[in-house]
Design a protein around this ligand. Structure first.
Ligand SMILES: [Zn+2]
Length: 133
């Protein structure tokens, strides 16, 4: 008799421990950093981010955030909880369409951003479901 095995979704993480949206298999296929698209990213400009797998959605997701930083500057306060002294503030997209408009973005501290993007929630949900088995 074979027992049904529960498949646990293993979430991909970058080297900073951030969960990568959608659990992208960053190590699948091509190894190493893809940097064939010239002009998109300057060296040293996206610290840390260059270690991501630059493909598809993720690259687009990050480059849009970078675009926001360039266009509207780095956020220094959180529109979610009002914090002004968080370690890091990020631009968070509101509509999910990543429009190049200021009104489609919010300045958030990392924790609000994670809440909004659902990363933290997913983590919490996974843990909870593991505990309740
Ligand atoms: Zn906040």
């Amino acid at each position: 008799m074979s027992k049904e095995t529960k498949t646990l979704k293993v979430m991909a993480r970058d080297e900073k421990g951030h969960f990568i949206k959608g659990g992208l298999p960053w190590n699948t296929g091509t190894k190493g950093v893809k940097s064939s698209t010239s002009g998109s990213f300057k060296k040293g400009d996206n610290l840390g981010e260059k270690h991501f797998a630059w493909k598809g959605e993720l690259a687009g997701y990050l480059s849009k955030h970078t675009w926001m930083n360039r266009t509207f500057g780095k956020p220094s306060e959180c529109e979610g909880c009002g914090a002004t002294k968080a370690k890091k503030f990020e631009w968070a997209n509101i509509s999910g369409e990543y429009k190049r408009e200021r009104s489609d973005w919010k300045r958030l501290c990392t924790s609000c951003h994670m809440k909004m993007d659902g990363h933290a929630y997913k983590m919490w949900e996974t843990r909870r479901s593991l505990q309740n088995v």
